[in-house]
Design a protein around this ligand. Structure first.
Ligand code: PRP
Ligand code: URA
Length: 209
């Protein structure tokens, strides 16, 4: 699949297996998502631009590479996106943050937006959109569309689990936005859940079911 990177590091696979297990507690689920986000962030930020700064080591002056951290925006699709966001901010504390409140209607699976807040200068920045689940892709397609309407023109999408149907829909609608995921599962069921999946990510993160 073009423009899709599966981050299949053994540590990611191991942690994802524990997250999928229905007996894993809310606390463990949240901790594991945060840990995996660090590993996924490593991959999605691999080609970030660097600048240099002059520093003094104990031995001499050197021109050393540093990230242009302020050039990044992490855009979290609420609620579950925050589970990935927190770890990514640990790695890139200077990044700006956009929040997009979207839930999907349980009957129609259509996205319903209830909140949007993004930095003004989003057009000048790389925007990494985060949400653990890419199922029908209705939510992520809508979120990216909204960000593009606000001027974003350089985006990536990072998730934990994707369905083949969601990958197809997302990459056909937004072919310019590379997708990074830890796994592509088998299919969507009749209720739009990823199978085998891990259930409802938001409910499992926050213990709301
Ligand atoms: C989940 C998930 C995604 C969406 C994926 O959110 O976090 O945003 O479903 O499904 P889709 O690809 O079919 O749109 P949900 O709607 O459960 O909202 P929540 O995070 O507030 O619980
Ligand atoms: N949203 C989730 O949280 N899980 C799924 O399997 C599909 C959509």
């Amino acid at each position: 699949m073009g423009n899709v990177t599966v981050v299949d590091h053994p540590l990611v696979k191991h942690k994802l297996t524990i997250m999928r297990n229905k007996d894993t507690s809310t606390a463990s689920f949240r901790r594991l998502l945060r840990e995996i986000s660090l590993l996924l962030a490593y991959e999605v930020t691999r080609e970030l631009e660097l600048t240099t700064t002059m520093i003094e080591t104990p031995l001499e002056t050197m021109e050393a590479p540093i990230l242009e951290g302020k050039k990044l925006v992490f855009a979290s699709i609420l609620r579950a996106g925050n589970g990935l966001l927190e770890g990514m901010l640990d790695l890139v504390p200077a990044a700006r943050v956009a929040h997009i409140g979207i839930y999907r209607d349980h009957e129609t699976l259509e996205p319903v937006e209830y909140y949007f807040k993004a930095p003004q200068d989003i057009a000048d920045r790389l925007v990494i959109v985060v949400d653990p689940m890419l199922a029908t892709a209705n939510s992520s397609i809508a979120a990216v569309q909204r960000l593009k309407e606000r001027g974003a023109n350089h985006l990536r999408f990072l998730c934990l689990l994707a369905a083949p149907e969601g990958i197809k829909a997302f990459t056909e609608t937004h072919p310019d936005v590379p997708v990074y995921t830890a796994a592509i599962d088998d299919h969507l069921n009749e209720k739009g859940y990823i199978v085998p999946g891990l259930g409802d990510a938001g409910d499992r993160m926050y213990g709301t079911k």
